[in-house]
Design a protein around this ligand. Structure first.
Ligand code: SF4
Length: 298
């Protein structure tokens, strides 16, 4: 089984052609600006939008005591709740939803197969996203093998913050890695993501040495890495790799604000300013000066 929180069909802006994005649940990092906060926990998450709640009470009755009314709203004991399946489709108004489910390779493939004609017409394929796809257990490789049997192009978005073996065993199956290089400073990386910058940089060197095709992606985040010396350090690392040719800059936006609210999580970046594409022009210029093809993404 693989843990998935969304399968998005007909994606046009995430790589070559029409793509199907599979969003895996579970991430070893905790980036404070994460746009997919529902992806971080490896187990199902409860999302609650109080604006849609008509107080039917079905969730309370089926929660085994983990959800109770309080004032005009609900108190959800997210730490102790276990009855996700009993709650999954219980809310008639979809105010309370469960994100994340275990899916078999067959059920994922049957979703993907619906889009094969579009891949053939457009040169598209499947994009693994998340969360962190390479933090899934051993069955990921089986899914990749099934996709390859059908000659489907595979892109994989990754933080590279996983043991190298998780990547290594997938090398011959993934066509292109879209790998994040968020920061080169260990302390800053650790404070903002909870992770180890050294692991990511080491995995970049190994990916480079493996001959795999990869694109480097840099989230441009105010107060984290958006200063000239920090961005230059990231670009310098990228351009020192032997086989890196393309770098994508992804400007920060705070569109995920509501998701944090629905998950009952604090959003440290909720009031941070959005980064405009025009502000990234000097980053592009420096990357091109260092011999990289640079793009600003949405
Ligand atoms: S690596 Fe990506 S999915 Fe994981 S916490 Fe960071 S931004 Fe979110």
């Amino acid at each position: 089984m693989l843990t998935v929180f969304n399968i998005q069909r007909f994606c046009l802006h995430d790589g070559l052609g029409v793509r199907t994005n599979i969003f895996f649940k579970g991430c070893p990092l905790r980036c404070l600006w994460c746009n997919n906060p529902e992806s971080i926990d490896p187990f199902p998450s409860i999302m609650f939008d109080s604006r849609l709640c008509h107080k039917f009470g079905d969730c309370i009755k089926n929660s085994g005591g983990s959800i109770r009314p309080e004032g005009d709203g609900l108190v959800i004991d997210r730490e102790n709740i276990t009855c996700f399946d009993a709650l999954r489709d219980i809310c008639p108004s979809r105010a309370l939803t469960i994100t994340g489910e275990n899916m078999s390779i067959n059920s994922i493939m049957s979703e993907i197969e619906k889009d094969i004609p579009f891949y053939e017409m457009s040169g598209g394929g499947v994009t693994l996203s998340g969360g962190e796809p390479f933090a899934q257990d051993g069955e990921l490789i089986e899914l990749l093998a099934e996709l390859k049997k059908k000659d489907i192009h595979i892109s994989a978005e990754t933080s590279l913050h996983v043991p190298w073996e998780n990547i290594e065993k997938c090398l011959g199956l993934v066509d292109v890695f879209l790998a994040d290089l968020k920061h080169t400073d260990p302390e800053k990386f650790s404070f903002f993501t909870g992770g180890n910058a050294g692991l990511v940089m080491e995995n970049f060197r190994k990916l480079d040495a493996s001959g795999a095709q990869f694109v480097i992606r840099v989230p441009v985040v105010p107060d984290f890495n958006f200063s000239e010396p920090e961005i230059r350090s990231i670009i310098d690392f990228a351009s020192d790799l032997n086989n890196s040719s393309e770098i994508h800059f992804i400007p920060f936006h705070s569109l995920a604000k509501e998701k944090y609210l629905f998950l009952g999580k604090d959003y440290v970046f909720g009031n941070a300013r959005n980064v405009e594409k025009s502000e990234i022009a000097p980053c592009v210029e420096y990357a091109e000066h260092k011999g990289l093809t640079a793009k600003i993404m949405n």
